[in-house]
Design a protein around this ligand. Structure first.
Ligand code: NAP
Length: 224
């Protein structure tokens, strides 16, 4: 059975991605900040991972060793400056946002690149956001930290796609939609099932030609 390693699996979109992969018979390794607190979320293994900690990433790598990972899905994220303008965006808030949303996914991708390259499906997915799209910026005037962290994630993931192409690993950056979660809030457009099911379909059918792309949960592509 193929294996998924998923961050941000404790709740929200990640929790539903976990369900969808389990329904398809995959082995799911859920990486969560506090495995003791999440209870039984239906994963095969729940392992600790604070995504911003190099020690924590190394410990997870030591635990998993050379295990082939078919899909590594970097999904954990924070949105700390909802509705905030530039004046309120303190440097430490900006740094924390980049640490979780931009730097961590790439450090994790680096740590597990060989595991993914050794698998059948050889895929890395990154949950980003349309809020990181400069092409779709419109009249946006807030959330400098969140938006720029996702723009930077998109760039880093695009470089990674080039870097990993010789190893056969495909990468994809995804906008999950505006989703009813703790982050998206109760007025969001879609539920986690629609979002996770749609994104999984995109990942399942990802071609070499699509690798390095930026897609909506329903398969449409986004401008960078
Ligand atoms: N919801 C939306 O409308 C929307 C729209 C666009 C993009 N997104 C993106 O979709 C992804 C998932 O969002 P969501 O709506 O499901 O958010 P959520 O319900 O707030 O869940 C966030 C997840 O990230 C984990 N996480 C945060 N910081 C972490 C850290 N330092 N180390 C380890 N795990 C950490 C959380 O773990 P804990 O339970 O331990 O806190 C939780 O599992 C994010 O990348 C987000 O930016 C969401």
């Amino acid at each position: 059975m193929p294996t998924l390693l998923l961050t941000g699996a404790s709740r929200g979109i990640g929790r539903e991605l976990l369900n969808k992969y389990k329904q398809d018979g995959w082995t799911v390794i859920a990486a969560c900040r506090d495995p003791g607190a999440v209870g039984d979320i239906g994963a095969d293994r729940v392992l600790p991972l604070e995504v911003t900690s190099e020690d924590s990433i190394r410990a997870l790598k030591d635990t998993l060793g050379d295990l082939p990972i078919d899909v590594l899905w970097n999904n954990a994220g924070v949105y700390l400056d909802k509705g905030m303008g530039l004046e309120e965006t303190a440097a430490d808030l900006w740094s924390e946002t980049f640490a979780v949303n931009t730097i961590a996914p790439l450090r994790i991708a680096n740590a597990f690149a060989a595991n993914v390259a050794d698998s059948e499906k050889k895929t890395m997915a990154f949950t980003s956001s349309r809020m990181g799209s400069i092409g779709d910026l419109g009249g946006a005037s807030s959330a400098y930290a969140y938006r720029s962290s996702k723009t930077a994630l998109n760039m880093a993931a695009a470089i990674l796609a080039n870097d990993l192409r010789p190893t056969g690993v495909k990468t994809v950056v995804l906008h999950p939609g505006w989703v009813r979660t703790d982050m998206g809030g109760p007025s969001a457009d879609i539920d986690t099932e629609t979002s996770a099911g749609g994104m999984k379909k995109v990942v399942d059918s990802l071609t070499d030609a699509q690798s390095g792309g930026f897609f909506n949960y329903d398969g449409k592509s986004w401008p960078w």
